[in-house]
Design a protein around this ligand. Structure first.
Ligand SMILES: Nc1ncnc2c1ncn2[C@@H]1O[C@H](COP(=O)(O)OP(=O)(O)OP(=O)(O)O)[C@@H](O)[C@H]1O
Ligand SMILES: C[C@H](N)[C@H](N)CCCCCC(=O)O
Ligand SMILES: [Mg+2]
Length: 228
């Protein structure tokens, strides 16, 4: 059975969370499900658009208002709490949860793309309700987590730290995806083998580096039956 939702985190910013989120949307869609992507907090506007949000919308087969798909959008491509403080906005996790609930009511599967890595600050000094970060967002949404590992030197440490952080947040790591972002990486098979042994969750797929990205094709490489 398909999960009602998944929270897609990653070993860092820029390692393929959007690519994998879109591939997951296509994969569930190919199984006949209604699907919608969500980017709760986007930072970085290009030509009046937030690329992650546009890509997730393209990969979804249910359409919902932009304010629910992306409740918080900031122009500068910086850490979200810095952008929010500059804009005089407080990122409210309850607003995101309510938006997510509405998406979940409209589609069988909601794929929520995180922001940067697993512990990116969302509050800044003076924000009511103390300190909170993206792991608190994942907790508030209560969704199983998918870890995207951007395969490059350094990813072993980042992946294991993230898996430990997901566990300490009390969340389930439902699977991980190896995304080849550095085609020149040495010893890719040995690195993949190491993570397969050390991560205590199923490998859902190994995505190749694609000069010309085709997320629908990548979706075919994700094995949803392995989801825990
Ligand atoms: N398998 C791949 N092959 C080729 N390019 C890729 C692959 N995966 C990701 N990329 C490219 O790497 C860049 C970062 O990917 P993506 O936007 O999915 O990362 P992200 O983790 O969502 O980043 P952010 O933290 O900004 O949301 C993009 O330009 C994307 O097209
Ligand atoms: C702008 C970028 N693409 C992401 N949306 C935000 C990444 C925040 C990373 C913060 C950090 O860990 O230093
Ligand atoms: Mg992204």
């Amino acid at each position: 059975m398909a999960p009602a939702g998944l929270f897609v985190t990653g070993t860092d910013t820029g390692i393929g969370k959007t690519v994998v989120s879109c591939a997951l949307l296509h994969a569930f869609s190919a199984e006949g499900h209604t699907v919608i992507g969500m980017k709760p907090v986007a930072a970085g506007c290009e030509n009046g658009q937030w690329q992650d949000v546009e890509n997730l919308k393209k990969a979804s087969n249910v359409s919902m208002p932009q304010s629910l798909i992306n409740p918080y959008a900031f122009v500068e491509p910086v850490a979200p709490h810095i952008a929010a403080r500059q804009a005089g906005i407080v990122i409210d996790l309850r607003v995101i949860r309510q938006a997510c609930e509405q998406l979940q009511a409209a589609a069988e599967v909601t794929i929520v793309e995180g922001i940067g890595g697993f512990r990116v600050p969302l509050s800044s000094s003076g924000t009511p309700n103390g300190r909170y970060d993206t792991s608190d967002l994942a907790r508030v949404l209560g969704l199983p987590v998918i870890l995207v590992v951007g395969m490059r030197l350094g990813c072993l440490n980042h992946a294991l730290l993230t898996a430990r952080a997901v566990e300490s947040a009390g969340l389930k790591l439902a699977g991980w995806v190896a995304n080849t972002i550095d085609p020149e990486m040495l010893q890719p098979a040995a690195n993949l083998q190491t993570l397969t042994e050390w991560l205590d969750c199923p490998l859902l797929g190994v995505l190749p580096f694609q000069e010309q990205l085709d997320v629908q094709q990548l979706a075919g490489l994700i094995d949803l039956s392995r989801l825990e």
